[in-house]
Design a protein around this ligand. Structure first.
Ligand SMILES: Nc1nc2c(ncn2[C@@H]2O[C@H](COP(=O)(O)OP(=O)(O)O)[C@@H](O)[C@H]2O)c(=O)[nH]1
Ligand SMILES: [Mg+2]
Length: 350
């Protein structure tokens, strides 16, 4: 996951560190020359005798310390490296406003800063990059905690266009929540094709999860209303509502989702899209959010996406948390989105 972006970020990080280190050397050189003890002074004499390298004297240490404190990163030290980082992010399909935010954070994280004593330039740069990414990635969304702290049943409506992995995600989340001890019912709200009803039925059967289904062409609102009734009468913890990703045309789809929302009154609307769609996923997410609302996002097919742009951009762009990443076709190929872990993965964690 994120392989390509990871490599590019490492290059950008090295470039930033290199620029700052080069600027430091230039600034430091004349000062340090001034501190070099005169020939024949104590330190030199010791070195000439080949004695084991005794550390610098207290005064020398203080001078170096002062020198280091004076090494403040200036805008011009990093302007080129920042421009390269910007290109890297845009090439990786990170949305423009998100790229701008990352660059601004890295800039304020570095300009005017001096290294802490003992800290390497690279650590300074790494810290600034990490902070910038964490800022745009948001906090994630702990679904289990949400369910535990809400009244039953918790009704979750899944939205998104066709083929992005909605139905698979419903099944995966069903398996994930079942594993945690919650009881679940799935509503087969994609009645557009008989194949869709069958597909979710097969998943539910394999996972031994109750499913409510109507015929092909039935009103999805009616299916999902029945699903909620079933959950209420059987004291089920969670309703997972699958939906169609197409319906004659886009405005019909949005109208249908709006009706579903009014009828089933979901507690959470989860927008599903595929990470491989990059910026398209971000644009569609914003569109769905405007039309029917969104509380959290799942990005599927992150296992096939090396650019990582959507995963980095979506939460910041639409202002809604990323909840899970889909990372394969198996039921357990779903990862709760953990921003710290993603940043560690992207930047190597050290
Ligand atoms: N590699 C990979 N494939 C996925 C993932 N999620 C879904 N898919 C595949 O994407 C295709 C479409 O999924 P489906 O759930 O039917 O999409 P829907 O039309 O939105 O309901 C199927 O072949 C899934 O197996 C994922 O996280 N990784
Ligand atoms: Mg489907």
């Amino acid at each position: 996951m994120f392989g390509g972006l990871k490599e590019k970020l490492l290059a950008a990080r090295n470039r930033l560190s290199g620029s700052i280190a080069a600027a430091e050397t230039q600034t430091a050189a004349p000062d340090q020359a001034a501190y070099t003890p005169a020939p024949g002074s104590g330190t030199n004499a010791r070195v000439q005798k080949g004695a084991p390298a005794a550390g610098p004297t207290f005064v020398e240490k203080m001078k170096v310390l002062i020198t280091e404190r004076e090494l403040v990163v200036s805008e011009k030290n990093i302007v080129d490296a920042l421009a390269e980082l910007e290109m890297t992010l845009l090439e990786s399909d990170v949305a423009l406003p998100v790229t701008d935010a990352i660059i601004a954070h890295v800039r304020t994280g570095l300009v005017g800063k001096h290294r802490k004593i003992g800290e390497s330039v690279d650590a300074l740069v790494l810290g600034a990059l990490k902070d910038a990414l964490l800022e745009v990635l948001g906090k994630g969304f702990d679904l289990s905690a949400y369910i535990r702290s809400h009244g039953r049943p918790v009704k979750i409506l899944f939205t998104g266009v066709n083929g992005t992995g909605k139905t698979t995600t419903v099944a995966k989340i069903g398996a994930y929540l079942k594993e945690q001890g919650f009881t679940i019912v799935i509503g087969a709200g994609d009645t557009f094709r008989a194949g869709a009803i069958e597909q979710i039925g097969v998943h539910a059967g394999r996972l031994d999860i109750k499913i409510i289904q109507h015929q092909e062409g039935a009103d999805p609102s009616a299916v999902l209303f029945d699903t909620v009734q079933y959950a209420l009468s059987h004291k089920i913890d969670v309703v997972l509502a699958d939906t169609a990703g197409r319906f004659h045309n886009k405005s019909n789809l949005m109208n249908q989702l709006d009706k579903i929302r009014r009828v089933m009154k979901p507690d959470l609307i989860v927008y599903v899209d595929e990470a491989v769609a990059g910026n398209d996923a971000v644009t569609r997410a914003a569109e769905f959010d405007r039309a029917v609302g969104t509380d959290a996002v799942v990005l599927t097919k992150a296992d096939m996406d090396s650019r990582g742009g959507a995963a980095i951009s979506i939460a910041y762009t639409i202002g809604k948390p990323l909840m899970f990443l889909g990372v394969g076709q198996a039921y357990d190929d779903i990862l709760p989105f953990d921003p710290t872990q993603v940043v560690d993965e992207l930047l190597g964690g050290s």
